[in-house]
Design a protein around this ligand. Structure first.
Ligand SMILES: Cc1cc2nc3c(=O)[nH]c(=O)nc-3n(C[C@H](O)[C@H](O)[C@H](O)COP(=O)(O)OP(=O)(O)OC[C@H]3O[C@@H](n4cnc5c(N)ncnc54)[C@H](O)[C@@H]3O)c2cc1C
Ligand code: SF4
Ligand code: SF4
Ligand code: SF4
Length: 346
């Protein structure tokens, strides 16, 4: 199978990333290929011949890692980041959001003010994540909450990638896990002087989600054998395991022991907990129930957060977030990878 692919270009993704189980399913390579050679069904595959232009490997967060340009640019953003705990003030958002609804509230604020005309988010169909450009309040509400399997969110950018004249003026906010954030930044700041790879120039800001791990899509089929999973309203990972809430308010917890076998292999090699390269990062860790922890980094991140605060789209928690907890989780993620590498070397 492998000999079918050239040794560079998509061949590199195939042998170094896909065959080794390291693909995160971020889907950025599919929008990068100008020849539309890469199809996607949860993971990328070649449709036709590859010309070895290397663009897909340049943006792949696993093949290329973090470029020195990006690392340099974000070093000071991370050093001087502000950390807050906040929540949405909108009742509609609070009913459907995962934690404090800050993510959806910031997108709604940016849409409302005309800073963006859409948000690239994870939509949902039959509990599965699907790509969505949300342009209305209702569409934003439909995307709130968490899906714990990979969302091909970047595929929502496909029409923009094809340089369609109708889309020239589109400005978007984008929400993603740390690997998705890195993929997008690799397009915005590849190691090529002054180059920005389209369509990442349509993205005004990126909101990154804290992320410890993701699960294979099979988890939902497995849970479907135990309960009427399609009726589930909300999923949340806690210390106890996967908490599943149903519309009548009843809850079921499936322990970590049981769900661990569905953790994606690639996530075991991931060191980024807080979405280092996002303009704003959000998570539940560090804040109490019903609040979102927010790390504000770049100038655009500050403009977005303080604008939403000033205009009453969000409110701040009087209690500061527990930064020690975030540091501990960040270190735990890095340690896991270190241990795995050691075990591998021995
Ligand atoms: C896979 C995953 C793992 C996470 N792990 C942790 C963790 O270990 N610790 C922690 O503190 N926080 C974690 N989070 C973040 C946390 O669950 C909340 O998303 C975050 O606190 C924001 O809450 P909110 O109420 O502001 O979001 P909401 O306003 O409800 O908005 C949620 C946003 O998340 C997007 N989204 C949902 N599912 C996905 C997905 N699979 N991929 C990409 N985008 C998605 C939606 O499009 C929406 O824009 C994780 C999130 C995800 C998606
Ligand atoms: S982006 Fe370039 S290297 Fe990658 S599959 Fe397309 S043609 Fe091949
Ligand atoms: S770019 Fe994303 S989807 Fe493509 S191979 Fe890399 S990790 Fe997988
Ligand atoms: S653990 Fe890392 S690789 Fe896995 S989904 Fe989260 S950010 Fe992506």
């Amino acid at each position: 199978m492998q000999e079918h692919y050239p040794s560079t270009g998509f061949g590199t993704l195939q042998s170094e990333i896909l065959d080794r189980g390291l693909c995160t399913g971020c889907s950025i390579c599919t929008i990068m290929c100008r020849l539309e050679n890469i199809a996607f069904d949860g993971r990328p595959f070649m449709k036709q011949d590859c010309v070895n232009c290397q663009l897909c490997t340049i943006v792949c967060p696993k093949a290329n890692g973090v470029s020195p340009v990006l690392q340099k640019e974000w070093e000071s953003h991370n050093r001087y980041a502000l950390i807050r705990s906040a929540r949405s003030t909108d009742e509609g958002i609070l009913k459907v959001c995962q934690d404090g609804g800050v993510t959806t509230a910031l997108l709604w604020y940016a849409l409302n003010k005309g800073y963006i005309n859409g948000a690239a988010v994870s939509g949902v169909k039959d509990l599965n994540p699907v790509p969505l450009i949300a342009t209305t309040y209702e569409e934003l509400l439909s995307s709130a909450g968490v899906r714990y399997s990979p969302s091909p969110t970047h595929q929502a950018l496909l029409p923009l990638a094809r340089n369609n004249a109708n889309y020239r003026k589109i400005r978007l906010g984008l929400v993603g896990t740390p690997c998705q954030v890195l993929a997008l930044r690799n397009m915005q700041m590849p190691d090529m002087e002054g180059v920005v790879l389209e369509p990442s120039d349509h993205i005004e800001f990126i909101i990154g989600l804290f992320c410890m791990e993701q699960f294979d899509g099979e988890l939902i089929s497995y849970l479907g054998k135990k309960m009427d999973i399609q009726k589930a309203k909300k999923f949340k990972i806690t210390k106890e395991g996967l908490n599943i809430t149903f519309p009548d308010g009843s809850k079921t917890i499936v322990g970590h022991d049981e769900i661990n076998k569905f953790v994606r292999y690639n996530c075991r090699f991931c060191t980024d907990f807080t979405a280092m390269y996002a303009d704003i990062s959000v998570g539940s860790a560090g804040s109490g129930n019903g609040w979102t922890t927010v790390i504000i980094k770049s100038d655009i991140g500050k403009k977005l957060y303080y604008g939403a605060l000033k205009e009453g789209f969000i409110v701040e928690n009087e209690k500061n977030p527990n930064t020690g907890m975030i540091e501990r989780l960040t270190k735990r993620k890095m340690k896991q990878v270190e241990n795995l590498k050691k075990a591998h070397d021995n």
